[in-house]
Ligand binder design. Structure first.
Ligand SMILES: [Cu+2]
Length: 152
């Protein structure tokens, strides 16, 4: 058997003389215009979510009247986590379909996500039938954290 040892020495000279700074390859083009759905079309009504973390929790105010197409912006202020959920049998006929289309990141049927301090959650009442929508906060329903939203 012939055993050949081949030793190859490759002299590598000047592999890369000029090291370029890493260029950001992300396109610098302007972002597309925000979709229309991102901005509330109608008036925005503010509701605070408050509490002491144990015995007291509330929507403030806990009764509001809004026009069709308004957006209710819930802000978690104290005693969080809070969310807003609606009783399917305590909203106008057709209201569930409208809310399901408008509520983002739901955790259950007609239930918004839990909010920590200063987090907000917007519920648009676009296309919502007129009437009263009764809602609650899931963690604090037992201690009476409820809201009535009248759409007219
Ligand atoms: Cu709550």
């Amino acid at each position: 058997m012939r055993f050949a040892l081949l030793t190859t020495v490759v002299a590598i000279g000047a592999v890369a003389c000029g090291k370029k700074d890493q260029n950001q390859t992300q396109a610098q083009s302007a972002p597309p215009a925000a979709p229309a759905a991102a901005a509330p079309a109608g008036p925005v009504v503010e509701v605070k979510m408050t509490g002491n973390g144990s015995t007291r929790a509330a929507f403030e105010p806990n009764s509001i009247t809004i026009p069709v197409g308004a957006t209710v912006r819930f802000t978690s202020v104290s005693g969080f986590p809070h969310n807003v959920a609606f009783w399917q049998d305590s909203i106008p006929a057709g209201g569930a379909a409208a809310l399901n289309a408008n509520m983002k990141n739901t955790i259950d049927n007609l239930s918004g996500p839990f909010l920590q301090q200063n987090e907000t959650y917007e519920v648009s009442f676009a296309n919502a039938p007129k009437g009263t929508y009764k809602g609650f906060c899931t963690p604090h329903q037992a201690i009476g954290m409820k809201i009535a939203i009248k759409v007219e």
